[in-house]
Design a protein around this ligand. Structure first.
Ligand code: COA
Ligand code: AMP
Length: 630
């Protein structure tokens, strides 16, 4: 079968395609059909089936006689820990944690927040929730207490599972004080917290509220898997939108299982027993789909890596892990490769390791720049596959499905639409544009299984953010081009979301923090091009009339505020004071024009600009920061 056969097969009969894919996972009760469209344009998949994610990811492999095979390999070049967990061990550990959660009253449908670093216990916590039908929401460790508090208030968890600390190369991240602060700030209070105490830091527990991970499980009855409906939420994952209020993407159980299982063979060419590594973090969608769920659902081995591409301890750490664990498919973000390439331009570290099990390198999370792809192709000598997706979709919208057929790679393109996705490039009025023309990328409804079922408790926002602009379509928020061979090119976001080191961040959220500074009257944050991180946030501040404080002092205060409010992951370090912001006559800040000036790109003077002279002031301010080079 070629890619074209598979894609056309899906298009000819989507229900048949997905029902066949659904045969590959375990159901306590098989669904009667794939798509449930009675609430269109809101769709559900496999709603009347009964299944369990944890059973599919763990127990069924043990029952199939594969219990002694490795499920998880933990590698921490920071602590020097290497630890393997078999499927049987994983089953015992997850059933025990699930039993303890159940004993404390966590039931199907209850929410549990997980705030943990890259340790196997993070995956165990996710699977334990899935086992009893609880809905987890993992919060990335690089977010500050305020962001955690916002998520606590939005999904109102019954419990929070956290670790005492996370480890960054240059410091210990003290999770527990952040957790305590977040609970203090939040209006909603969880009934209890479970704390995994790491050797590096033993956190002080609050009596009556906090339980030690081990003590909590002592003597409890292990929990069995609870069958849940196909449309039962498996998890909520918050992602950046245009405002400071993150969007709670809801992933439903049935579609998640079916789609992820389908992708492992067809996109990544992974079979049960193969070794797969996604070097991301469980706090992001890549971590949910490809560190935790998909490899385990498929019965493959996954790697949990606590480290960085460089500096832990050197730029060869990725290749050492690929060699030692005989990784077949490896997935990372282009920014990680750029960091390695910068330290090892000639690929000397790569030559020191034997990478003969590696069959392909997958890239996603941001645009893969041609230089980085070529460097990887040259030194790794395997196909370098860019693929495009979003937190909302949970799996690739466009990819080169090497498990079906390796299509020619076109550098700069994540290749072609995956089955389930019919992608159009639209003009502002919602009409498809010609091949080769730039437009908004939209996907015809319904989206396939495994994509978002909605936003947590926010149906109106779901419709407004994704469904209203182009009726009959899902609006991706990305702009791009399709060529005559059906290859897509993802060029930019159409909203105020920026991508910093593969992390999706909201400039709107940063603006809210800047605007709260007592001396700031008005502000704007834009994403400027950065060689390593892809983009970096940069803030413009207009101060209150009469404010005569030192500008450098105010800048350092807002940098501190963003770090404290949003977190270090925002990497907000650049800001300048200007007299005015460029605006249209109707008062809209011309952020796009400022980005073009900062990046030294040509731009058309917007016809509606209020006062073009302001652009010279902006250019001068940017030049002061080393941007806007002529
Ligand atoms: N917990 C706490 N803090 C974290 C964190 C976490 N899980 N992850 C990052 N941070 C902090 C970092 O310590 C850093 O803080 P600092 O300002 O005190 O130095 C800040 O957030 C920015 O981190 P990061 O973006 O990782 O930048 P970096 O300069 O430390 O490293 C790269 C640069 C390119 C090596 C790194 O960004 C990287 O590996 N990126 C790949 C990202 C990725 O895989 N994304 C997957 C999405 S699919
Ligand atoms: P996230 O939801 O964090 O996964 O971020 C999704 C966004 O990252 C997308 O909407 C794109 O803007 C960008 N993105 C992800 N993968 C790619 C890719 N392969 N090429 C270009 N942009 C990408």
């Amino acid at each position: 079968m070629t890619y074209q056969d598979v894609y056309e097969g899906w298009k000819a009969d989507p229900d048949k395609f997905w029902m066949e894919a659904a045969e590959e996972v375990h159901w306590y009760r098989k669904p009667s059909k794939a798509l449930f469209d009675d609430k269109a344009p809101i769709y559900e998949w496999f709603s009347d089936g009964l299944t369990n994610t944890c059973y599919n990811a763990v127990d069924r492999h043990v029952e199939a006689g594969r219990g002694d095979e490795l499920a998880i390999m933990h590698e921490s070049p920071i602590t020097h820990a290497t630890k393997g967990i078999t499927y049987r061990e994983l089953q015992t550990r997850v059933a025990s944690l699930a039993g303890a959660l159940k004993m404390r009253g966590v039931e199907k449908g209850d929410r549990v927040i997980i705030y943990m670093p890259m340790i196997p216990e993070a995956l165990e916590a996710m699977l334990a929730c899935a086992r009893i039908g609880a809905i987890h929401s993992v919060v990335f460790g690089g977010f500050a207490a305020h962001e955690l508090a916002v998520r606590i208030d939005d999904c109102t968890p019954k419990a929070i599972i956290a670790a005492s600390s996370g480890l960054e190369p240059n410091r210990v991240v003290h999770y527990k004080p952040l957790l305590d602060q977040a609970i203090e700030m939040a209006g909603h209070k969880p009934e209890f917290c479970v704390i995994f105490q790491r050797e590096q830091e033993v956190a002080k527990l609050i009596e009556g509220r906090d339980f030690n991970w081990h003590g909590f499980q002592y003597g409890v009855k292990p929990a069995d898997c609870v069958p849940v409906e196909g449309n039962h939420p498996a998890y909520i994952l918050y992602t950046s939108g245009t405002t400071g209020q993150p969007k709670g993407v809801v992933r439903a159980t049935g579609g998640h299982l079916v789609a992820l299982n389908w992708t492992m063979k067809n996109i990544y060419n992974i079979e049960p027993g193969d070794r797969f590594w996604a070097a991301s973090d469980v706090g992001w969608v890549v971590g949910h789909s490809y560190i935790c769920y998909a490899p385990l659902i498929k019965g493959a081995q996954t790697i949990v890596f606590e480290g960085k591409p460089v500096g832990t301890p050197h730029a060869g750490v990725f290749w050492r892990i690929i060699q030692n664990h005989r990784v077949k498919s490896f997935f990372t973000a282009p920014t990680a490769l750029r960091a390695i390439k910068r330290e090892d331009p000639k690929g000397e570290w790569i030559k020191r390791y034997r990478l003969h099990d590696l069959q392909a390198l997958f890239l996603a999370g941001e645009r893969a720049d041609p230089d980085t792809i070529k460097w990887a192709q040259q030194h790794l000598n395997v196909p370098v596959i860019d693929h495009w997706w979003q937190t909302e979709t949970g799996w690739a919208i466009a990819a080169n499905p090497i498990g079906i057929e390796e299509l020619p790679v076109k550098i700069g393109s994540p290749s072609v639409a995956m089955p389930g996705y019919e992608i159009d490039i639209l003009d502002e009025a919602g009409h498809p544009v010609e091949n080769g023309e730039l437009g908004a990328i939209a996907i015809r409804l319904p989206l396939p299984p495994g994509t978002l079922q909605g936003l947590w408790n926010a149906e109106a926002r779901f419709r407004k953010s994704y469904l209203d602009t182009f009726p009959g379509y899902y609006e991706t928020g990305d702009a791009g081009i399709k060529d005559e061979d059906g290859y897509f090119y993802i060029m930019a976001r159409t909203d105020d979301v920026i991508n910093v080191a593969g992390h999706r961040l909201s400039t709107g959220a940063m603006e809210e923090v800047l605007a709260a500074h007592p001396d700031v009257a008005e502000c704007a944050v834009i994403g400027v091009a950065d060689e390593l991180k892809g983009q970096m946030p940069l803030g413009f501040l207009c101060l209150n009339k009469g404010c005569d404080r030192d500008h450098a002092e105010i800048v350092s205060e807002v940098v501190r505020d963003v770090r404290n409010e949003i977190g270090p992951v925002a990497a907000f370090k650049l800001a300048c004071v200007v007299d005015r912001l460029p605006k249209t006559r109707s008062g809209k800040i011309l952020r796009g024009t400022m980005v073009k000036i900062a990046d030294g790109q040509p731009f058309k003077l917007p016809a509606t600009i209020d006062d073009p002279a302001i652009l010279d002031e902006i250019r001068a301010a940017l030049q002061g920061l080393g941007y806007a080079k002529e």
